[in-house]
Design a protein around this ligand. Sequence first.
Ligand SMILES: [Zn+2]
Length: 419
Amino acid sequence: MAGRFVLDCGYCGSRHEADYLGRLCAKCDGPLIVNTDLGALKAGRPSGSALRDPSLPGMWTYLPLLPIADRSAIVSLGEGNTPLLRASRLAAHLGIDTLYLKDETRNPTGSFKDRMLAVGIARAQELGKKTVAVQSSGNVAAAAAAYAAKAGLQAKIFVPRTAPEEKLVQILMYGADLCRIDHSSPTEIFDLLLWACGEFDWYLASTAAIFNPFTLEGAKTIAYEIAEQLAFELPDWLVVPVGGGGNIGTLWRGFTDLRELGLVTRLPRMVGVQAAGCAPFVEAVRLGRTPRQALTWRWPTIETIAGAIADDVVFDAHIALPAVRESHGTAVAVTDEESLAMEGMLAATEGIFVEPASATTLAALRRLLTDGQIRREDRVCCVLTGLGLKDMTSARKLVAPIETVPMSREAIRARVCRG
Ligand SMILES: [Zn+2]
């Protein structure tokens, strides 16, 4: 497996071998990108099966495209292989013919981050690390805690003071060492965590490529699955929530892998969605910022309930901005009210309960349909990244107070008549 992938600098293009242990480019301190040797992969296998190692379960079936060399390092809780659901009732409400939902809430800890932390923890095991660390609003933290538990590693978790209580309890249940920091800026908490990792020799398993180019690679398997589930006829638009930018960037790289392997010809246009109260990526797209400019510009004050995507800096601008620009896509900011409305509509029409960050994709779709950028006949796929049970405070705003009905036939009759 040695030599199967390399690490390329996202700024200067310098190539580093797979055993390079630095976090950033040795030449210019730029962010690194894991690139699989697709040519060798394609030459070695018939194209249809190039993607898969059929002996492995779930997302690990894509091991030939993941940067893990040692199979014995793999830790799995059954992540990946999530359904791609045709959302006919919701589509009718929105006025679109074909809407698919990639339901990532089905992952073991309830979010798409499981795919990434499965890779991050496998990488930590390859390196012989005993303690992993992340900073996160909750989903990365829960995934890191669960996979560390499964692997028998220690997990050190830094969360901002704004993280929802449900997520904190989930993290603690997995036995992680939780540190709630009295601060709300992910950027500054990252700085503190970077210091701690150096000081105490913790392995930083971050899902931001700029902090760890390996972990994020697990997200590419979402793109591979969507392609296979649609028989390699990719949708016209792929709509994803954007926090630090790693998700949209990695999904796009997953699709370009498939094009390079000769498995698809047309790629989707990528739509990155943020909450209007924290939208540095949307600003970067609108103003034509370079990745370096985006990385050094911080959203001043975070004000949104979509905590899972409330990153004040586009940490992975080096892959996120190209995803929108190369695909001729767009970036959209939606209000919390729009997202909450779609969270309710999604649950009531399709039976899927997501957290606000995931509902932003549907709010953005509605907006793009209204202004004509997406047409009724376009095929659209929205990626639903996290489960609604992780943030009940937001969901409670959508439901009526729960009443208790007296234990009598009369009371039931009165209630039914009331409608
Ligand atoms: Zn460089």
